[in-house]
Design a protein around this ligand. Sequence first.
Ligand code: PLP
Length: 264
Amino acid sequence: MSIPPTILVFGGHDPTGGAGLQADIETIGALGGHAVTVPTALTLQDTQQVFGFEAVSTTLFRQQAEMLLEEFPVAAIKIGMVGSRPIFKALHNLLLQHPTIPTVLDPVLAGGGGGALAENPLIEGIRTLLMPQSTLATPNRNELQRLVPEADSIEQRATTLLQSGCAHLLVTGTDNPVPSEAADRVHHQLFQADGTQQQFDNPRLPHSYHGSGCTLASAIATRIGMGDSISDAVSSGLQFSWNSLQQGYQPAQGQHFPNRFFLS
Ligand code: PLP
């Protein structure tokens, strides 16, 4: 049997299993990768919203991350919820020490159903210190607006982030449709540092989902770790996520969850 590529994930734990590290582990495993995970935070949430979170010990975080990076041939890194300023600084240093590992950053600011997962000072840090070291960042339009509030359009905001060093930016359109778009489709735009742009779209699905952003970023990181180009990884990551949502389920009264095992 060939050895699955190792994908290193930094993110929060969502006890409901819809988002966070569990979403990452399921996605990476379903696509044939091996997930190694370093928790940044524990969260308090149900399937409707986030009520709070607590960051983990920074020392433990840093030591565990270093241990994994020492022992495993990490093919790609995926970053989700960051949790606290000290964790965020430790993460920044780790990325500086491993500049050749492709890194996918999902700038998690809030839970899908509402509830903050990053305080305001962290948002600026994500933009100025983590984005520039990312191979690809995957904000939705709302996250993009919060990351670059001074610009007026998606294109201007994307250009600002690309100029700061983030090599590729996938702006996802799963938040509410904008008037210029067909309401029954979701539109995603991939901006590349060389100035090229690529559009993707899928039929809009009927429910509100928990963990779709985590699933997408992990799927893309896994495909990049397997050697796909950014454009191919984005295309297959979007398809995997859409299929998992389309075949998703509602385990309780709140949001629907992706079914990341639809392939099996
Ligand atoms: N990471 C954690 C730990 C979460 O709890 C959540 C949402 O609740 C997210 C990330 C983001 O979830 P989504 O993929 O729905 O944007």
